[in-house]
Design a protein around this ligand. Structure first.
Ligand SMILES: NC(=O)c1ccc[n+]([C@@H]2O[C@H](COP(=O)([O-])OP(=O)(O)OC[C@H]3O[C@@H](n4cnc5c(N)ncnc54)[C@H](OP(=O)(O)O)[C@@H]3O)[C@@H](O)[C@H]2O)c1
Length: 239
């Protein structure tokens, strides 16, 4: 029970990796605050937890909502955020609205979360953000994904210096079969992507949300881990 007596906020708890992190934190003894934009998805996660939990609807890319959230949520120990909004395609065809949505989820949300949580998080607490392997393994059409993930990693390191001793880390997943994240591709393209990644990656499979949840618990509980990017990707980007 590594998180016994701890309060953990999970933003993005309604799906994928965030849902799995919420379950793992609860099983490790934490009281969990489940946050995201969709009440129904958050309630579905809450139903999976046996320990203390509360559901909070929050758009983390809206500063006023984030400020009000932390004013009402009270003291806490750890915050994990998986917020993400895809923007893929050639830069020549990229609309500003898509870019802005990606920035909102991966850059503005972490900025607002850190800004408004900094005075309330426990001094031995931690923030864990999710970037992604495209930060350092770009492909045609991933420019905005690469940009926001790289930016988030740089921001995380800068905040680890500025907010010490509070710890900040980023986790960089490879291709993970997390449900909603790859649905936009359609079933056939998704299966091809998963098969290709599993063939190339030294781990010989795609990731599972549980792989990322266990890394997140490590990031939350290891007192000497800060300012780093943990690549949890089966080695796929090496190939
Ligand atoms: N799965 C992969 O293969 C993979 C690969 C590389 C990187 N990653 C990164 O890993 C993280 C988790 O991925 P995942 O697979 O779990 O994706 P996911 O299921 O799409 O999770 C993203 C979560 O963020 C929430 N969210 C988005 N914008 C938000 C906002 N403004 N405020 C509050 N919540 C917001 C979404 O919920 P609502 O829409 O209900 O708010 C959703 O629950 C993401 O950052 C992703 O970029 C994943």
């Amino acid at each position: 029970m590594q998180l016994e007596g701890k309060r953990v906020i999970v933003i993005g708890a309604g799906s994928g990796i965030g849902r799995c992190v919420a379950v793992a934190a609860s099983e490790a003894g934490a009281s969990v605050v489940l946050a995201g934009r969709k009440q129904e998805s958050l309630e579905a996660t809450a139903a999976l937890l046996k320990g203390p939990r509360e559901v909070r609807v929050l758009d983390a890319s809206v500063e006023a909502q984030v400020a009000a959230f932390f004013e009402s949520v009270g003291p806490f120990d750890h915050l994990v955020s998986t917020t993400s909004q895809g923007a893929s395609g050639p830069i020549t065809e990229m609309g500003a609205a898509s870019v802005e949505r990606a920035f909102a989820a991966k850059l503005w949300a972490p900025i607002f979360l850190v800004k408004h949580a900094a005075a309330r998080i426990a001094p031995e607490g931690s923030f864990t953000f999710f970037s992604g392997f495209r930060a350092w393994k770009p492909a045609p059409g991933t420019s905005i994904t690469s940009l926001v993930n790289g930016g988030l990693e740089a921001f995380t390191k800068a905040m680890a210096v500025e907010l010490a001793p509070v710890r900040l880390n980023a986790i960089s997943p490879g291709v993970v079969d997390s449900g909603a994240f790859w649905e936009r591709l359609g079933a056939d393209a998704r299966e091809r992507l998963f098969a290709d990644y599993a063939r190339r990656a030294p781990a010989r499979r795609v990731g599972r949300p549980e792989d990322l949840a266990s890394a997140t618990l490590f990031a939350m509980t290891n007192p000497f881990l800060t300012g780093t990017v943990l690549a949890v990707d089966g080695g796929g980007p090496l190939m």
